[in-house]
Structure formats: C-alpha cells, structure tokens
Design a protein around this ligand. Structure first.
Ligand SMILES: C[S@@+](CC[C@H](N)C(=O)[O-])C[C@H]1O[C@@H](n2cnc3c(N)ncnc32)[C@H](O)[C@@H]1O
Length: 253
C-alpha cells in the first residue's frame, strides 16, 4: 500500500512524527482495552516497519532513511530529549523482545566474568544511563564504582536506585574527569561505546592502571538483532541509519 498520492507527489514513506503519534494513540487504545501497552508498541512498530519496506519495494527506493548528515548539537539535544522521556521506564528494555533480552543476558554474563577476573579498586561506567545492568555487578568486585551520563534524568534515576554508588551528569565528549592510571575497569556497554566519547580509546587508556581492562559494546547495523529494527518494550523502536551513523528512535512519551 502506498501513502497518499502517486509518482512524485506521494508522501514521504517515513514520517517520524506521524509514527510517534500512532504509537501514542495505540498505547492509549491498548490501555482502554486492558491490553499490555508494551506489547501494542511492539506490534505497531512491526507493522509500521513492514509497511515501510513494502512501500520501498513498490516505489523502488533503495532507502527511506535520511542520507544527510545531522549536526552534532542537534544530535545531542535529541539525545537529551530522548533520555528525559525514557529515563523512568528504561529498565523495561530487558523485558522486551527475546532478542533484546538475549542481548542483555549476554552482556551481563560477560561483565560478571570480567568483574570476577579483574576485581579491585575502581570501576567506571561510561554512559551509565540509570545504572541498571551494570552497577550491581561492578559493585560485587570493586570498592568504588563511578557512573557518568550526560542525561540529568538518567543520573537522577541511577542515584535513586543505587544510593551507595557515585553518579555524575557529565558530557564525556569533553573527556573523563579522572586522574591518569587510577582505574581498574572501564565499561561502556549496551551500545554506549558508539556514542559516549569522541576520544574514547585515548581517554580510556589514559585513566586505566597498567593491567587494567575495558569492556566496550557498539551498535552494529549488521547484527541480526538490529538488521531492520529493534523493538524495545519501553515504547521505542530503533532503526540504525548507516548513511549518517545515527540511530532513529520514535518515542511514545
Ligand atoms: C545506549 S545507552 C546505554 C546505557 C547503559 N550503558 C546500559 O547498559 O543500559 C547510552 C547512554 O549513553 C549516554 N550518553 C550518550 N552520549 C553521551 C555523552 N557524550 N556523555 C555522557 N553520556 C552520554 C546516554 O545518555 C545514554 O544513557
């Protein structure tokens, strides 16, 4: 099915604002009918995704994604809006699709093993979000666990959940505010390494003690889980845009 019009006059296949409106509307409908709104998000996201690819096929388009570069300040302000909207429901991502759950499980198992192996004084969590997944594991092996995130809402949630750990609102693009050779383990997980810090490698090697270790995970457009779309139960669905190295996240706020 094609959106209104034909030939040159058809509407764009991908309208993020419209998708967001639909997600919100269907979430409301689900609540009215006593249906799980997260399940509804997933179904609507899947349908929208299938519809876009069908339309691409009909219109013989190679891509529906934005191929233009997006300025860094725009990306950062989008990130702040996104994180402020999802901070409170961020934990739900582990209960999303089987694929996302598997990804969370794999990452936490890897981190448990690494914590066991490395143990010690200081562990740092770059792009910690609300601290879920990582803080408890690191706390089991390190005396001091420090988390950084650019999002004030994420950091507020992290402090509330883990009052015994340290969390700071900080833009890691400006560097990591720790002394040279003071850290035993640096973690940037669940894709965080793709976005947190321009000089990630240099900054990490600067703060690591000799023999220290790192654990980074990156967004990967070729991973099966992210090949076309990744459903997250907390009302967002990611599309990786390889044309301008961004991810697009429609959010039902
Ligand atoms: C994909 S999330 C991963 C969060 C977390 N590591 C986890 O396991 O759930 C990426 C996080 O990095 C943060 N982030 C992105 N750019 C950042 C920057 N320049 N400085 C600090 N944090 C940043 C975002 O606010 C977001 O919470």
């Amino acid at each position: 099915m094609q959106k209104n019009g034909s030939g040159e006059t058809h509407l764009p296949i991908y309208l993020p604002q419209r998708e967001q409106e639909l997600l919100v509307r269907f979430r409301e409908k689900a609540k009215e009918k006593n249906v799980d709104p997260n399940m509804m998000d997933m179904l609507v996201s899947m349908l929208m995704s299938a519809a876009k690819f069908a339309q691409m096929d009909i219109l013989q388009r190679q891509t529906i994604l934005d191929t233009g570069q997006i300025q860094e300040d725009v990306l950062k302000s989008n990130l702040l809006v996104l994180t402020s909207l999802v901070a409170k429901v961020y934990d739900e991502y582990d209960h999303a699709s089987e694929g996302t759950h598997m990804e969370c499980t794999r990452e936490t198992e890897l981190l448990r093993g690494l914590t066991e192996l490395q143990k010690g004084g200081v562990a740092v969590n770059l792009g910690c979000a609300n601290g879920t997944q990582v803080t408890e594991i690191l706390s089991s092996g390190f005396q001091r666990v420090v988390g950084y995130d650019i999002s004030p809402e994420m950091v507020a949630c992290a402090k509330e959940k883990f009052p015994d750990n340290e969390f700071f609102v900080h833009d890691l693009d400006t560097g990591i505010t720790l002394e040279d050779e003071t850290v035993d383990l640096v973690v940037a997980n669940f894709g965080a390494a793709s976005e947190v810090c321009k000089d990630l490698w240099q900054e990490t090697s600067r703060i690591l003690r000799p023999g220290g270790r790192t654990y980074f995970s990156f967004y990967n457009q070729n991973a099966l889980i992210t090949r076309w779309w990744t459903p997250w139960s907390n009302s967002f669905c990611i599309t990786i845009n390889p044309h301008n190295d961004t991810i697009m996240v429609p959010v039902a706020g």
